[in-house]
Design a binder for this molecule. Structure first.
Ligand code: NAD
Ligand code: MG
Length: 340
């Protein structure tokens, strides 16, 4: 089955659903989000007007830029769009409690903003050196009238993973949604350039940590809970320069497919998201080669990278009760490629 062709219409339908939902709910939503009005767009119905997806966000070439890993969204040029001024909730996650790793920036930040505006309390994990990015997200969650929990620390450490889950559960009074999203990606031209330290750190971050975090979280999850892991199109169409990273993302697909079978009897759904190229701090901080970053996203069908806000609705859908028959699936949002 060509999942690329399959995923495109389903995403359009979903975005259409968001649009219709936004149109119907805008009046009550504006009231419900009274505390977030300062962060709302001036346009009354931003999703109601069809726009050409090729022109909606920045296209390459991008300015050459590098940062030390893990990188900051606040230092990117242009700054990514995580939905700060555009994402509108419609109550799809009202009262839920979500833990999102890597929620300070990029795809995780977009999911955190969307979840909060959909009515969820949100705990975000991140590295201590990302505090400035995290502070922006925590403030947006609070502005949405939801509880924000900061969980700085290194998920390559098993003890921290356990503690992070326990703190999230204690601070929020439970857990309904777990998003294993944090990730490490360092491009190398040759396998001979990949040190054992890099290989180990990539697997610790992308494979071990989701195992440790999920193992700690499962005893707290009740029927109706959802687990999401951020995989990648790299699981199916690995780049030559991402030898170690691509293998970890194949693990992410297997994680969702195996665990969904195991946890079905507890009423817990498990799914994966497989993004294509997104404009996030991961890329200028070693995920992409600097010269390639200037043309980042040019090879997609739409000719540009995705912005994190464009994938947030996938995370909302997979977390919400609306997708109650969806488990063990991999959702792509890659601008046109990636799947087998
Ligand atoms: P990002 O850099 O904004 O987010 C990744 C986050 O991972 C960081 O913010 C950091 O907080 C967290 N992280 C990394 N190492 C950590 C550690 N040791 N301890 C704690 N937290 C740590 O970049 P992003 O692109 O939004 O990445 C989010 C996910 O999306 C990753 O799993 C990535 O592999 C995946 N992904 C990204 C792309 C893309 O093109 N940007 C494509 C496919 C998949
Ligand atoms: Mg970050």
């Amino acid at each position: 089955m060509d999942q690329t062709n399959d995923s495109a219409p389903s995403r359009r339908q979903m975005m259409g659903g968001v649009t219709a939902g936004a149109a119907m709910a805008v009046a009550s939503n504006a009231l419900a989000q009274g505390t977030t009005q300062g962060a709302q767009p001036t346009s009354p119905l931003p999703l109601a007007v069809p726009r050409d997806p090729r022109d909606e966000y920045p296209r390459p070439p991008f300015a050459r830029q590098t940062q030390a890993a893990p990188g900051l969204a606040g230092q990117m040029n242009p700054r990514p769009d995580h939905g700060e001024t555009s994402y509108r909730g419609t109550g799809r996650l009202a009262g839920r409690k979500a833990l999102i790793t890597g929620g300070d920036s990029g795809i995780g930040r977009a999911a955190a903003i969307a979840y909060a505006r959909e009515g969820a309390d949100v705990a975000i994990g991140y590295l201590p050196q990302e505090q400035s990015d995290a502070d922006e997200v925590l403030e947006i969650i609070r502005q949405a009238g939801r509880k924000a929990v900061a969980l700085p620390g290194d998920i390559r450490d098993e003890a921290f993973c356990n503690q992070m889950v326990e703190t999230a559960v204690r601070e929020m009074g439970g857990l309904d949604i777990l998003v294993n999203n944090a990730g490490k990606q360092q491009a190398q031209k040759s396998i001979t350039d990949i040190t054992t330290e890099q290989f180990d750190a990539t697997f610790k971050t992308n494979v071990y940590a989701p195992f440790w975090i999920t193992r700690a979280a499962v005893p707290h999850l009740k029927p109706g809970a959802a687990i999401i892991i951020t995989a990648s199109e790299q699981a199916y169409d690995p780049s030559a320069i991402l030898f170690d990273y691509a293998q970890t993302k194949a693990c992410g697909v297997s994680f969702a497919k195996s665990l969904s079978k195991q946890l079905a009897e507890k009423g817990i759904r498990v799914n994966a998201v497989a993004p294509g190229p997104y404009w996030t701090a991961l890329q200028p901080s070693g995920g992409a080669l600097p010269e390639a970053l200037e043309q980042f996203g040019a090879k997609t069908s739409l000719g540009r990278p995705g912005q994190p806000v464009e994938i947030a609705p996938v995370y909302v859908l997979l977390a919400s009760q609306e997708s109650s028959f969806t488990t063990g699936q991999v959702f792509g949002a890659s601008g046109g490629g990636g799947f087998p």
